[in-house]
Ligand binder design. Structure first.
Ligand SMILES: [Ca+2]
Length: 401
């Protein structure tokens, strides 16, 4: 999630157009609402992005991941009608890439996992380089609390989304649903800016009992949001499965010997397409291991690192064995020696979150070709390798030029 680069998008003309559309829409809505009800249209946002200003394009997403944000109105604005969502969409070029995304809206009652779904998820096509808007018909009536709006990637980027560049991120407000890994606060994956997505609400002024007139007859502004999903042109060109020069972090012995101690307690490496397990333990008391890297794909200069995070909701564990395996082609290497024989590290696992830096951050080198998939698998066993004591995890990645 951390691979990104500054983009000074020249959105001035497009933004001017969108501001105009917004004004037109608000004017039309005002005209449709009876005079005795004072409509109060408010845009809720977390980001500090100013039209035409600096922003960061967020790379590193893959299909089925979700970019989401939580919105909370002022206490005096409830109940309100949520009638529009807006999101700034970009690509790594000069704009124009079209991609499909599934819109989700949930209740947000705190924590990383969203609450009840408020709409049936539906797919829309977005165009990079524009504010993309979806009008909810009928609008959602929100009587209290927060909502979370999420955009799920149907395909790998491009296009993707932006975060702001004002140097701060609102805590516990921006989310990423990672595959694998599940829900995270974005700041916990290293993000430092708020997602540039917003919602538009009608607080209905001082007469909340009357149903504010929905913008039923409002001509939809010519935004970049076709109503229904159709075919998309997949711009996914990430994995190039042609192994040339394979790059392995740090010491990489030539894989000749097979492990002399059978790794009975390690999970079998997947053969074809890895289907990562979820990190959600079925028993809330069961510890689980979470692998984390900044991205699933690296090009020269990208920051690369690997952490193993052991979540332990139960009592401290003495003499746990943390196993981290690297699987590349037919080869298997074991941290911390990165030898081909079974290796691990005995450790005390405290209650709570235990982060172990497996590979410190380094810039991805040049001239190492391309390869994928590469897998890291991590597990925690007892000292005798007899039993898992934490749910394992898998992270897959690749690299190229
Ligand atoms: Ca911010």
């Amino acid at each position: 999630m951390e691979i990104d680069h500054m983009k000074q998008k020249d959105l001035n003309l497009k933004c001017a157009r969108n501001v105009l559309f917004c004004l037109m829409t608000m004017t039309l809505i005002s005209c449709l609402i009876p005079a005795n009800i004072q409509a109060d249209i408010i845009e809720l946002k977390n980001d500090g992005y100013i039209e035409g200003g600096a922003l960061y394009y967020q790379q590193g997403f893959v299909a089925s991941e979700i970019m989401a944000a939580k919105f909370t109105a002022e206490s005096g604005d409830y109940p309100y009608q949520l009638f529009k969502v807006r999101v700034l969409v970009g690509d790594s070029g000069s704009g124009g890439t079209i991609g499909a995304f599934v819109l989700h809206i949930w209740e947000d009652t705190g924590g990383t996992t969203p609450g009840t779904a408020l709409i049936t998820p539906e797919s829309y096509q977005f165009t990079a380089g524009f504010w993309n808007e979806i009008t909810l018909d009928p609008p959602l009536t929100i009587t209290s609390g927060s909502v979370r709006v999420g955009y799920e990637f149907v395909l790998n980027p491009d296009p993707s989304f932006y975060r702001d560049a004002d140097g701060n991120i609102t805590p516990q407000t921006n989310f990423i649903y990672a595959v694998p890994g599940g829900w995270f606060y974005a700041e916990n994956l290293g993000l430092t800016g708020d997602w540039i997505q917003r919602i538009v609400i009608d607080t209905g002024g001082t007469t909340p009992t009357n149903t504010p007139a929905p913008p039923t007859n409002t001509p939809a502004p010519p935004t970049d949001t076709p109503v229904s999903p159709t075919s998309t042109s997949p711009p996914a060109a990430t994995d190039t499965p042609v192994p040339t020069n394979t790059m392995i972090p740090t010491n990489t012995p030539i894989p000749t010997d097979t492990p002399d101690t059978p790794p009975t307690a390690t999970p079998a490496p997947p053969t074809s397409t890895p289907v990562p397990p979820t990190n959600t333990p079925s028993d809330p008391g069961t510890p689980w291991v979470e692998l984390w890297m900044p991205s699933h794909y690296y090009t020269p200069g990208d920051p690369c690192a690997l952490n193993a995070i052991i979540h332990n909701p139960a009592d401290p564990i003495s003499n746990g064995r943390l196993i981290v395996m690297l699987i590349l082609g037919d080869g298997v290497w074991f941290w911390p020696s990165w030898g081909t024989s079974l290796d691990s590290q005995l450790m005390q696992v405290e209650t709570g979150t235990n982060t172990v830096v497996i590979i410190p951050e380094f810039p991805w080198p040049v001239n190492v070709g391309s390869y994928s998939p590469i897998l890291f698998i991590s597990a925690l066993t007892d000292s005798g390798y007899d039993d898992f004591i934490a749910t394992p995890d898998i992270w897959n990645f690749g690299f190229g030029t």
